[in-house]
Design a binder for this molecule. Sequence first.
Ligand SMILES: Cc1ncc(COP(=O)(O)O)c(C=O)c1O
Length: 418
Amino acid sequence: MPSAIPRKTTPDELRELKAEYLIPCVYHFYQNPPHIVAAEGCFLIDHTGRRYLDCYSGVTVMNAGHCNAAITEPAIEQIRTLQHTTTIYLTEPMLRLAKTLAEITPGRLKRSFFCVSGSEAVEGALLLASLHTKRDSIIAMNDSLHGRTRFAMSATGLDMWRTDPFPLDGIHHIPFGDADAVREAFRSHGDRIGALIAEPIQGNGGIRIPDTDYWPAVQRLCQENGALLIFDEVQTGFNRTGRWFACEHWNVTPDVLVVSKAMGNGFPIAAFITTDEIATAYTRPGASTFGGNPVASAAARATIEFHKQQNLTQASAQLGEFFLTKLEAVADKFDCLCGARGKGLMAAVDLIDSARQPDPARLGATLEYLKDHGFLCGKTGSQRNTLTFMPPLTIQREQLDELLKMLAAALNATEAAQ
Ligand SMILES: Cc1ncc(COP(=O)(O)O)c(C=O)c1O
């Protein structure tokens, strides 16, 4: 337990501050969101000292657990030594990180450009594709999420996250998981398509996992049509799915890989990574003030080292199998659950009503019950009815068992309340 819990501001005071000083788009899941003041391992701790098992990891950021000293100590050391300069000088942490990323990413992916957020890295990957192919259009997926900047938001397929009333032209959205749709998009617009961008497993779209032959077929179509394949692994990267990167499940290495979130285990860092050949297209000056920041880079290197030392690849794969079998067993017992699915510790199940239609209200009630009993889980899917589990990869089997017991209790309680 951390020694110093900060001053006990009440949640009501915070809600007032939020209502008055934040842009209203910043929303929360719960009617009474907990006021989180500290964290430790797989737990978040609120202002009363109450502990919650974190089964969402701040949207798959804290894969190596909260306040992990193996990561925070090297970062603190780096803050004391050199906190920030700029990429116009030489600094070691960023360059060592780039080499480490080249070692753990598949195939010939090797050259990185560092920035701060997933959105920014998606923008950079799309810019690189335009520079390399000299084409102005892209293919993107329905129900995808790529970020909040203009191009990334325009590429996003999920209606909920497409806030911009004037999205960019030249983006062709197609159904996810359907190779014929990709073929058709290339047939209609092929000579203008510079890239196809997709999450290998859709995260916010509801943990959607395509068939085994889908990504190899898509890659072939991209190659035949001279377009780059960009994988957005902002959610799926860094062992979330039981592999360093989800694309490894299909044995498909993209031309450009976008990473962020769990790379820094809570320190803001992102990158797009490509091959020697494709990188040659991007020679005009490019700079990101905080990209490759020494502290974030040191934290990311320590994060990767921790993943290796603790073999979190194997932990994620084995715990994921254990969890999915048990989640399927719970789903068999409740008519309101269907479609339990997962890869590694990225798992989900849908909430449906008696007519087998999506039931977002029941999911909301289930999430509230779980929160009130000490478990924080996620909500995804285009219908917002997908209960989503992405705990730290350091979680224990007993904790996953407790979560599923509480899920059964939550479903019984929400059924009785209906
Ligand atoms: C798959 C994916 N790509 C991109 C982003 C955008 O990342 P950021 O919020 O760091 O800009 C997100 C955010 O959740 C994401 O899930």
